[in-house]
Design a protein around this ligand. Structure first.
Ligand code: PLP
Length: 442
């Protein structure tokens, strides 16, 4: 290696890291250099058990041979094909495979490169759909407080996390928000779906009364919110939202970027909750995190509405250079094969009770004020240190990493979402490491 190359590798300045305290990281870097199945290996050569499936994406585990082979042979065979006015076979196959995983009627798939792009795409489709139907006054978009829908301007506008919004100007106009469903005073330490709070869906009626349904295009929610610290929908809440949307001709968008592809022990949250939205946004687990790819799945009623004008006209003026990229499509097909061959969604469902027991066994640890779980998702909420929000959970993150377990924190909440291939002994390792870490926090 030339001197200039090795110097460049040791210089951490140039890379502006996303959603990271750059100066803190660069003063004491945590570098991961390889991964296989349930483990990372860090630059010190130590194994790190992955309690978070990367960032909620490596649902099939890491560096799986089938995906590695599919990606390498695809790049040799067809590295890229133009996404506009040209096609390649694998992207059509992948779209058909995804729609076959969903309830009838959710039949059409638009490809993107990330969850953020999926969200902005879904919002644009919703607006364009109403216009195509001659209902162009429906321009309002409704999100939810504490919602996370990625970082595009559409996503942060309908999203409800203040730090993701406040420094970026006026955002989209014509957006309103429903209240979030986190009710610790009533639901703390619920196991699975919480009992209380379905009536919060009726806030949508209040918003409809304020703006009039004829101005509202769509409502977007995460069936289970992840990035904001795992917020679960109260029993009956999502069904009620569906009913209100249907009654008023408002499209319902489920942002399934984390709940898609097995996280709840079902293919998608729509299956788990038996509530059918009009559009679904996904990414992450679609390729097991290996190659960036996202998708928006929409009802055939929406798709058919666009397939109307002259046949030589482009129906939707939207798309990305890398929509349905051949290498990502190959990764997606191989990932779906693994999910199917190893029955990973039902595996997650079978493991969920064991996971729930493990999570709730941490109830009496120091500073724990709530524990939530669903499928292979867990959240442990800590009492913040006075005047230093986020510090306690971040300390737990660092201490767990030192002990060889990767967790994630958001605010003072520890969020866990392991790959669906996790073994019971590895669940035990996560739980016992956390018990030790929590009981030794300041
Ligand atoms: C519900 C939800 N929507 C959108 C996104 C954004 O996805 P990406 O980071 O791939 O843009 C995320 C990411 O965590 C998410 O959890």
């Amino acid at each position: 290696m030339s001197n200039s190359t090795s110097n460049a590798a040791n210089n951490l300045d140039a890379f502006w890291m996303p959603f990271t305290a750059n100066r803190q990281f660069k003063s004491n870097p945590r570098m991961l250099v390889s991964a296989k199945d349930m483990h990372y290996t860090n630059a010190e050569g130590k194994p790190v058990l992955d309690g978070t499936a990367g960032l909620w994406c490596c649902n099939a585990g890491h560096s799986r041979d089938k995906i590695v082979e599919a990606v390498s042979s695809q790049i040799r065979e067809l590295d890229y094909a133009p996404a506009f006015q040209m096609g390649h076979p694998k992207v059509f196959e992948l779209a058909a495979r995804i729609s076959a995983m969903l309830p009838n009627g959710l039949d059409n798939v638009f490809f993107t490169n990330s969850g953020s792009e999926s969200v902005d795409t879904a919002l644009k489709i919703a607006l364009a759909y109403h216009r195509a139907k001659g209902d162009g006054a429906r321009t309002r978009l409704i999100g939810r407080e504490r919602g996370y829908h990625g970082v595009g301007f559409g996503g942060i506008s309908v999203g409800g996390i203040v730090s993701n919004r406040k420094t970026f100007g006026t955002l989209l106009t014509g957006v309103d928000h429903m209240p979030h469903t986190h009710l610790p005073e009533k639901n703390a330490f619920s196991r699975g779906i919480p009992e209380h709070g379905a009536e919060l869906a009726d806030e949508l009626e209040r918003i409809v009364t304020l703006h009039d349904a004829s101005t509202i295009a769509a409502v977007i929610v995460e069936p289970v919110a992840g990035s904001t610290g795992v917020i679960l929908p109260p029993k009956g809440y999502l069904k009620r939202l569906r009913e209100i949307c249907t009654k008023h001709g408002i499209l319902l968008i489920f942002d399934e970027v984390i709940t898609g592809f097995g996280r709840l022990g079902a293919s998608f949250a729509t299956e788990y909750f038996d509530v059918k939205p009009d559009l679904i946004t996904t990414a992450k687990g679609l390729t097991g995190g290996t190659i960036p790819m996202g998708a928006v799945i929409c009802s055939s009623e929406i798709y058919d509405t666009f397939m109307n004008g002259p046949e030589n006209m482009i129906e939707l003026f939207h798309g990305y250079t890398y929509s349905g990229h051949p290498v990502a499509a190959a990764a997606g097909l191989a990932t779906l094969d693994i999910y199917q061959e190893e029955n990973l969604f039902s595996r997650a469902n079978d493991l969920a009770p064991y996971w729930e027991e493990g999570m709730h066994s941490l109830k009496d640890c120091k500073h724990v004020i709530d524990i939530r779980n669903l499928g292979l998702i867990g959240a442990i909420e800590l009492e913040p240190i006075e005047g230093k929000p986020t510090a306690r959970a971040f300390d737990a993150f660092l201490k767990a990493y030192e002990k060889g377990v990767l967790i994630r924190t958001t605010g003072d909440i520890i969020a866990l979402s392991p790959p669906l291939i996790i073994e019971k002994s590895q669940i035990d390792q996560i739980v016992e490491t956390l018990r030790d870490v929590l009981n030794n926090l300041d």
